[in-house]
Design a protein around this ligand. Sequence first.
Ligand code: HSE
Length: 395
Amino acid sequence: MLNVAILGFGTVGSGVAEVLTMNKELLAKKVGQELNVKYILDTREFPGNPFESKIIHDFSVIENDPEVQLVAECIGGATIAYEFVKKCLQAGKHVATSNKELVAVKGYELLQIAKEKNVNFFFEASVGGGIPVLRPLSFDLAGNEITQVAGIMNGTTNYILTKMLGEGAAFADVLKDAQAKGYAEANPAADVEGLDACRKTCILSALSFGFHVYPDMVPTEGITKITEEDVAIAASANMKIKLLGRTMLTADGKVCAFVAPNFIPVSCPLAHVDDVFNAILVRGNAVNETMFYGPGAGKLPTASAVVGDLADAAWHLTARRDLDWADADESKMMNVRDLELPYIVRTNEPADKVMAALGEAEKLAADGYKLAKPMTLAQIEASGLQLTAVRPVFA
Ligand code: HSE
């Protein structure tokens, strides 16, 4: 039998306890031994809860119990969770986390500790909720040079965009609904301002390109400035508008990562990812293009990924999975402002002035223009035009 401690009994932590219990026999067969929930750490009491007897409040009990081999960290944030995960790894325990902030901010350091202690530090649930994407990217696609990863990676904002733009629902109502369903972050500004997608983009960047990319290296815009005009412009260009996290290898071998609302042609499968679903599209020089799709948030889907990590740790108790990357290197990054991309530009300037400044462009609905050739944001801004918005096209 292997003992599991769950840190945090919120949406994800309670989901992990539920999945480990619901699929107990099945997991025991797959893993070769039982995964037993020994402790659940939380500051709160849970009277009447079926897991009430497992609740403890003192982390040191877990840290000092040599019978706890596996830890699921579901607290969130990069303060207490960081301290606890670090101590668990240092104590020789394998850790699975759903915490994207922790991995985006402390991933390099924690992986180094895991390596020294010959234990696994897994975080499949941190990107795409229940979607298996980090293992395929790290292992199954190892034969590729990854050229670009682009994903709809925040379930809350995709849910909001789908309900607002498709059904005319009000922002505040849909956000409340997303919170009630357990999709949103404790502070939903992290969802709507793009920070959650930014953290996930950092993790995908590190796995794709081999060095840590910190959140402040990823220019980030959320969904709060998307308007009905953007939707009308997208429709007139046969496109949809979605919040994408993108990380790519540039022509001169640098990495460019950013988060922004993108126009996506309807011929691209990303354009059809709605509601709380996420999808991560990966381009590689051998596979060409592949896309991973599924529920991006929610209790049991996220728990599914954490429990998968626990099972993998159980399969690799002594020979740890070789998952690792180098520390950040700013010199290997290119700012998106300097990268030529196809753009749709919104401006109320007269069409002839727009074309004179930016070259041939297709006039779309409202104040939108689709540029005929890729340009840099810096070039577009230097045109002198009064710009309402400049949005990349995913091509
Ligand atoms: N708040 C996140 C989302 C949860 O909406 O996608 C999953 O990481």
